[in-house]
Design a protein around this ligand. Structure first.
Ligand code: NAP
Ligand code: NAG
Ligand code: NAG
Ligand code: NAG
Ligand code: NAG
Length: 318
């Protein structure tokens, strides 16, 4: 009996220690207000994106929710308007799994809106299949769609500088690899439909996010636009909704114990969007509201440049 109590006590104490040291995520301390500024958040109808959009709305920004599903997006608009008291929250249709949709979003946005101060490329998924243009869906949505979106909006960001581009990656990027042969022959970052294969594709796409940001920063030298990639933390969201049921059953208890809420998950994106003085860190990777060192492969100049050029070709810009 006593031993059982001791073990339970030990486990609780260990969990609390873990909670205060690792699990509890720091908050973005910036008090920056955004009245008169316009921001875009992709995938803002749920999860980390919605929490990010809500915080930006509370700061007075005009917030564009760039989402693919109208009814889910309108529901989020209503929630965010109500909770923030800010009426300048609106939905614009964007399906990152279609380059045509990315182009018409950009065209529509540039026509209707006069400013762009912050772009947060947050949407992401783990799901098999192909995009409208025949790319692997994970590669197409997590990387290529956001690549084209960013490039099409760069001029407006430059005009509105100081402005920022935040791309939500993941610490999973450190398991990623980029195989250009596979991209060339299969329009994808790898092969296979199993859950393990899809997670591998996800990891690879998140490495693309970090390398994209690395190269973008170089191309933005001398402008007033800076960019950052982010790991939001392990966050309880709908990200695993398309993954096989057994994986989800396995994941739920872990999520409950070790994953944080969406508000915590938004903090590093907010930090990179708002924190004063981080401009010299443009191109770097952030987690826990702080810049982090990445491995050599996540800041490889040659691979980052090649990925940019290949992406330009794939989306029809070059
Ligand atoms: N949760 C974590 O622990 C974690 C950890 C590391 C990194 N991340 C990253 O955090 C970001 C946000 O993920 P989350 O956890 O908040 O996931 P989530 O709850 O599943 O939200 C993902 C969002 O992306 C949108 N989306 C998916 N495909 C899209 C498309 N083709 N076009 C436009 N939007 C699309 C979804 O829209 P629908 O609702 O219409 O599907 C949804 O709004 C992702 O980039 C993810 O990789 C999350
Ligand atoms: C993908 O990244 C996760 C960490 O998020 C890691 O546990 C897993 O082993 C990686 N998978 C592959 C195939 O690289
Ligand atoms: C993956 O699944 C799709 C259907 O969802 C199928 O067309 C394709 O051939 C599969 N690919 C592999 C490599 O198994
Ligand atoms: C950057 O912003 C500063 C201050 O707002 C301005 O003086 C400068 O001209 C801008 N530079 C460019 C390249 O737009
Ligand atoms: C990151 O690397 C730099 C130089 O390589 C080093 O000075 C710094 O302490 C490292 N930071 C962390 C958090 O490991």
């Amino acid at each position: 009996m006593f031993t059982v109590l001791l073990i339970c006590g030990g486990l609780v104490a260990f969990y609390l220690l873990l909670y205060v040291t690792v699990l509890r995520l720091p908050k973005c301390q910036s008090t920056t207000k955004l009245h008169g500024k316009t921001v875009i958040v992709t995938g803002a109808n749920t999860g980390i994106g919605k929490a990010t959009a809500l915080d930006l709305a509370k700061r007075g920004a005009r917030v564009i929710l760039a989402c693919r599903d109208e009814s889910r997006a309108q529901a989020a608009v209503t929630d965010i308007q109500r909770e923030s008291g800010n009426k300048e929250v609106l939905y614009m249709h964007l399906d990152l799994a279609s380059l045509k949709s990315v182009r018409s979003f950009a065209e529509n946005f540039l026509k209707k809106e006069s400013r762009l101060d912050i772009l947060i490329s947050n949407a992401g998924l783990v799901m098999g299949g192909k995009t409208e243009d025949g790319f692997g869906r994970i590669f197409g949505v997590n990387h290529l769609g956001h690549f084209l979106l960013t490039v099409l909006l760069l001029e407006r960001l430059k005009e509105c500088g100081p402005s920022r581009v935040v791309t939500v990656s993941s610490n999973a990027h450190s398991w990623g690899t980029i195989d250009f042969n596979c991209i060339n022959t299969h329009k994808d970052l790898g092969l296979g439909n199993s859950t393990v294969a899809l997670i591998k594709l996800y990891n690879n796409s998140k490495l693309c996010n970090v390398l994209f940001t690395h190269e973008l920063a170089k191309r933005l030298k001398g402008t007033n636009v800076t960019c950052y990639s982010v790991h939001p933390g392990g966050i309880k969201t709908e990200i695993s909704r398309h993954v096989n049921l057994w994986w989800r059953l396995f994941a739920v208890p872990l999520l409950m114990l070790f994953f944080s809420d969406v508000e915590s998950g938004a903090q590093t994106s907010l930090y990179c969007a708002l924190q004063e003085g981080i401009e010299p860190l443009s191109g770097r990777y952030f987690s826990r509201c702080a810049v982090q060192n990445v491995s050599a492969k996540a800041k490889d100049d040659t691979v980052a440049k090649k990925l940019w050029e290949v992406s330009e070709r794939l989306v029809g810009l070059a």
